[in-house]
Design a protein around this ligand. Structure first.
Ligand SMILES: C[S@@+](CC[C@H](N)C(=O)[O-])C[C@H]1O[C@@H](n2cnc3c(N)ncnc32)[C@H](O)[C@@H]1O
Length: 247
């Protein structure tokens, strides 16, 4: 896929691959459900990177899920244990959902929930979503992008690991269709401000709530996850943002 002009992706990744192994139950879940939900791709140098030249035909991937000839793609980055994906997939049964998550245990947990709810319109990809967005999606092909409670990387020296950076925002915007929405939520006030500054400065995006204080209401299909609960218990307010891709 072509890169957006002038964009330089960060060399550091926004996650640490936790070493904790899946337990026997999670292993069985992965063995039983991966063929249904996981898009397994040839990896590159890292187990979370994609080999050069690999692409995904999303239309073929979702051919049997009722999404139509040209699926409407909703993408979530850092889908964790899948609560938002499950809620959104049930709320929008004709939309095709792609969740990026590098944490294997969380992917197993997500698959269990998807199967228990009988969901067919979700696929998971266990690679770095930054490379995934770049390599697996054509420009202007995503109808909604969600990033809920991304890792906050609180220490100043770790801020470079934060997912929402100017280069990433430029990449993500290039993948959004005109009119597509980009939803974000965080319980870390300085990251919320950073997200807002970065997205406000990204050409092609407008803040849907610019005239109303800039912060968005909670989306109807975003459930409370344990990360949100932890933030609230610690007294951190949750900030939602909603941007729209314009020409
Ligand atoms: C703090 S958790 C939040 C999970 C979920 N959104 C929720 O609210 O419960 C952030 C998740 O993002 C994943 N993650 C971070 N950077 C990623 C990347 N570049 N590609 C894929 N997953 C990523 C991490 O593995 C982690 O599970």
């Amino acid at each position: 896929m072509p890169q957006a002009p002038g964009r330089e992706l960060p060399g550091v990744v926004s996650f640490v691959r936790r070493s904790s192994r899946v337990n026997p139950h999670q292993r069985r879940v992965l063995e039983r459900l991966s063929s249904k939900y996981l898009i397994e791709l040839p990896t590159g140098e890292l187990s979370t990177s994609i080999a050069p030249g690999v692409e995904v035909d999303w239309q073929a991937e979702f051919a049997d899920t009722g999404g139509g000839a040209s699926p409407e793609l909703f993408v979530e980055i850092g889908s964790g244990t899948g609560d938002a994906l499950v809620g959104a997939a049930l709320a929008h049964p004709t939309v095709s959902f792609v969740g990026f998550e590098v944490y294997e245990r969380a992917v197993a947990s997500t698959m269990s929930k998807l199967a228990a709810a009988g969901i067919r319109n979700v696929r998971l990809v266990m690679v770095d979503a930054v490379q995934g967005l770049d390599q697996l999606f054509a420009p202007a092909s995503i109808a909604r992008l969600s990033i809920f409670f991304p890792d906050p990387w609180q220490k100043k020296r770790h801020h470079k690991r934060r997912l929402v950076s100017p280069a990433f925002a430029q990449l993500a915007t290039s993948r959004l269709a005109i009119g597509a929405r980009w939803l974000l939520a965080t319980d870390w006030p300085d990251y919320a401000e950073q997200m807002r500054q970065v997205l406000d400065a990204t050409p092609g995006l407008v803040n849907e709530y610019a005239g109303r204080g800039g912060w968005a209401p909670r989306p109807d299909d975003r459930p409370v996850t344990k990360f949100e609960e932890r933030g609230l218990a610690a007294g951190r307010p949750v900030a939602d943002l909603a941007y729209r891709r314009v020409a």
